[in-house]
Design a protein around this ligand. Structure first.
Ligand SMILES: [Zn+2]
Length: 313
């Protein structure tokens, strides 16, 4: 079976301006790089709109209406100091969670082996009633809610290796009060958004792990081996969703973490092995951050090559 790449041109139309780190050239660079790889084990898919009801499983109605009612929009507007909407952003905002839902459905129904959703705006900072940190709707949480409610998948692990803490995703997992979810994050602290303190062992479905400024491959790989793998071994996921941000790369100025492009291929292989062991290889990865173009190209291609090589049994 093939690895699905979920992408839609509307992700170019969410204009934040070329001086904004989360600009539309990010996905352009990734898609071009994946095209150049010319892997016959990759297949591209379109991204349908997520419905109001699907988004409403995560966000409150007042917030969804607020976003939708901004449109039609004549010029860009700020939601906060770094999160903005442009006149054609709505389509990208609705197709991004739609991509995750579609990828989850196709993986679950064994149409594809696994998937990488090359989407924007990113989602993991989006809270239940507030967009922030470049994020409007929480794409991965909307996908997780769909997997639970529409596909009846019981044990869903959400792993977040973006260098920032996925505060929006954690908020939603906590509010759902559902032990069928695990939220596991490795992120730099201190760093935006200032949440995600190291978890204590008594917490079962939220697990936060910290990298300090200046740390890199060794510390990251240690946390994956000593914290992530044991946690997944005890949780025994039936599906794994991966919030992947490439902004912990040493070339990315937004953080002080020094990961190498190879680390993203390595961690993908590790997570694929767990997915093969517990859930027939069902892994859906979702793009979050990553702002240095060379780091994005190298790391995303390592990620995708590892996805195509994973076994599904
Ligand atoms: Zn990030």
């Amino acid at each position: 079976m093939k690895t699905g790449i979920f992408f839609h041109p509307s992700f170019f139309w969410h204009h934040t301006g070329l001086n904004h780190p989360e600009n539309n050239r990010r996905v352009q660079k990734i898609i071009k790089k994946l095209d150049d790889l010319n892997l016959d084990r990759l297949k591209k898919f379109d991204c349908p709109y997520a419905t109001y009801e699907q988004i409403g499983k995560v966000h409150d109605k007042k917030y969804i209406d607020k976003i939708i009612n901004f449109f039609p929009l004549k010029q860009s507007m700020q939601l906060d100091s770094d999160t903005l909407l442009s006149p054609r952003s709505l389509e990208a905002c609705l197709r991004s969670p739609g991509a995750v839902i579609s990828a989850i459905k196709m993986v679950e129904h064994k149409k594809i082996k696994n998937a990488f959703c090359v989407i924007r705006p990113p989602g993991h900072h989006a809270r239940i009633s507030q967009g922030m940190g470049f994020c409007i709707f929480n794409n991965i949480a909307i996908g997780a809610a769909y997997a639970r409610d529409e596909l009846d998948i019981k044990k869903i692990a959400i792993i977040d290796i973006d260098v920032h803490h996925g505060n929006g995703t954690e908020e939603w997992v906590r509010s759902s009060n559902d032990n069928n979810f695990l939220f596991f994050s490795i992120h730099q602290s201190p760093l935006y958004p200032g949440t995600g303190y190291e978890s204590n062992f008594s917490e079962t479905n939220v697990s936060n792990h910290i990298l300090s400024p200046g740390e890199g491959s060794y510390e990251f790989r240690s946390l994956v081996k000593n914290r992530l793998i044991p946690k997944l071994e005890s949780f025994k996921p039936k599906m794994i969703l991966l919030s992947i941000g490439f902004d912990g790369h040493k070339l990315d100025d937004i953080s002080d973490i020094k990961l190498l492009s190879e680390d993203y291929g390595w961690v993908t292989e590790v997570v694929c092995k767990i997915a093969t062991k517990y859930c027939s290889g069902k892994l859906i990865s979702v793009l979050e951050g990553g702002y240095n173009f060379r780091a994005l190209e190298e790391s995303s291609s390592n990620h995708v090559v590892a996805l195509t090589k994973s076994d599904n049994i």
